[in-house]
Design a protein around this ligand. Structure first.
Ligand code: 5RP
Length: 292
């Protein structure tokens, strides 16, 4: 397993901001992603953002809203570090355009909101890859002048390989073949390395079998997105596998706030990420909390 402080980092404010986001004992993080509305509209579980966020906040090491969600639905007195979604300009109404993203939040706005960092989606392999990688490099270049954390996301996208992998089935609905799974590792390894070479201090991607290869190829620490909602045990299982394979935490949304018991789920995820609990132990904790 790897910890955030195994990686070479600048001494500067960047490292200090990392210390706000990463648990000093475990060296890992549970970051709650609630930025989905910037392109998904109001996905289930985020209709009432304030109501969703408030009970989960005490269990987040950091939280990742979009600018609108931050300004309208979060108490400015919170002490939970903010990671601000900084690219967009797309929406699921035009899912063929997902990769046509632009910078939507300035570094000045990040500082004004007292965010410790920001996220940028990079659609590696898609027609607008250059534009989205440029979003990362431009924002990271300016943000690094102030020691802000740049998180590059390569977990959302419509790359054919990724779509197959995320959906867990081939276009014809058939099971993924071993070659499909090898494609997924190859794609995620390639995409994560590209982001880490272009200024991402942390890379967010999906877990896949063979994840160790993705971690080893990436120059920056990796956190995993959860992706679409899975059954509780399955979500705890891929979380456990990702941490064991070297992820330094999660930047998870739907598998927490769409879980039948979100507060129980985020505590079970924390047990895996911070206490090294097994899936069975974490699931037992989940059951205890949901039944309490
Ligand atoms: C799309 C994102 C989400 O933050 C990312 O996908 C993590 O959320 P989830 O665990 O629901 O996939 O970048 O807005």
């Amino acid at each position: 397993m790897k910890k955030i402080f195994d990686y070479q980092m600048e001494w500067s404010g960047l490292q200090n901001r990392m210390a706000y986001m990463f648990n000093p004992k475990s060296g890992r993080t549970v970051l709650l992603a609630v930025d989905h509305g910037y392109f998904q509209g109001a996905p289930s579980g985020l209709e009432n953002l304030r109501k969703t966020i408030e009970p989960l906040l005490p269990y987040c090491d950091a939280i990742s809203p979009a600018i609108g969600g931050l300004k309208t639905s979060m108490d400015p007195r919170t002490r939970t570090p903010i990671i601000l979604r900084a690219t967009g300009g797309n929406s699921m109404r035009r899912s063929d355009e997902l990769d046509d993203e632009i910078a939507t939040v300035s570094v000045e706005e990040m500082i004004r909101c007292n965010a410790i960092g920001f996220t940028v989606s990079c659609y590696v392999g898609l027609p607008n890859q250059r534009q989205t990688i440029e979003n990362l490099t431009t924002l990271a270049d300016e943000a690094h002048r102030y020691g802000l954390i740049a998180i590059g996301i390569t977990a959302v996208g419509a790359d054919p390989v990724l779509t197959k992998f995320v959906k867990g089935e081939r276009e014809d609905g058939g099971e993924l073949t071993p070659d499909d799974k090898k494609d997924a590792v190859r794609y995620l390894k390639h995409a994560c390395r590209v982001l880490s070479e272009n200024g991402a201090d942390i890379v967010k991607t999906y877990y896949c079998d063979g994840f160790e290869e993705v971690v080893d190829a990436c120059l920056s620490p990796i956190v995993i997105a959860g992706g679409t909602k899975r059954p509780t045990k399955e979500a705890l299982d891929f979380t456990h596998k990702a941490i064991s394979a070297g992820a330094v935490g999660v930047d998870m949304g739907r598998n927490i706030f769409q879980n039948e018991h979100p507060v129980a789920m985020i505590q079970a995820v924390r047990a895996v990420v911070h206490e090294g609990k097994s899936v069975a132990e974490a699931y037992e904790l989940y059951e205890e909390i949901r039944n309490a």
